[in-house]
Design a protein around this ligand. Sequence first.
Ligand code: PRP
Ligand code: URA
Length: 242
Amino acid sequence: STLEKTPSRAVGPTYRSEDEKPTATVSTEVPQSNVHILPQSSQLIALLSKIRDKDTDRADFIFYSNRIIRLLVEEGLNHLPTVEHSITTPVGHTYSGVKFEGKICGVSIMRAGEAMEQGLRDCCRSVRIGKILIQRDEETAKPKLFYDKLPEDIASRWVLLLDPMLATGGSALMAVEVLKSKGVPEDHILFLNLIASPEGASNFAERFPNVRVVTAFVDQGLDEKNYIVPGLGDFGDRFYTM
Ligand code: PRP
Ligand code: URA
């Protein structure tokens, strides 16, 4: 019957036993408890497969990255504290709910992090956004800080730090140092990230155990040029210029 045939052709993470899963569809585990990996749903793996594919054109790359970014923002917001909040429904009943109380802002690590700003705006209307320009040296992969412009009262805000790629971790570490120098407490920073390398995620999480990292996937590692593998190549190039 069709029912019997379908499972052998289906490839989502929930359709195969652990030892049958293609390795690239299983995120690497990271020991640090401040690293939160999105639930590995078949949708997420399908979206990641789209953006990892070298033959995906720019329009599709933007579209599918945006879908993952939206999932990251929604999960990141779950890490903010809420207070009890009762409301009355149109049929006159009370609903004991919750609401977020506090101020947030986004901070993107330019250029690739700016690609995540719209996803944040879609969830948090008129959210303030700061920028930190850090670029990796193409030869050494060492990060260099060029510029930052952040909301004046950033020290009293929850900060959603945005960068899709966490490779060696150098850029993200530098960005957190900038935020700390402006008085932002570590435990008020959430780092939203699409793809991390295991070494980048561990270095970052160990150095800043109170910063929460929300990532969609931890990959297998880094290549000799410190690109993430299997990765997706250069995110900024694929989103903005390719
Ligand atoms: C990429 C990426 C991260 C960084 C990750 O940016 O967006 O910021 O590299 O690498 P790391 O963890 O080893 O520091 P890049 O400097 O290439 O600039 P771009 O955003 O302009 O592409
Ligand atoms: N930056 C990227 O855009 N991709 C990588 O693989 C590493 C750093």
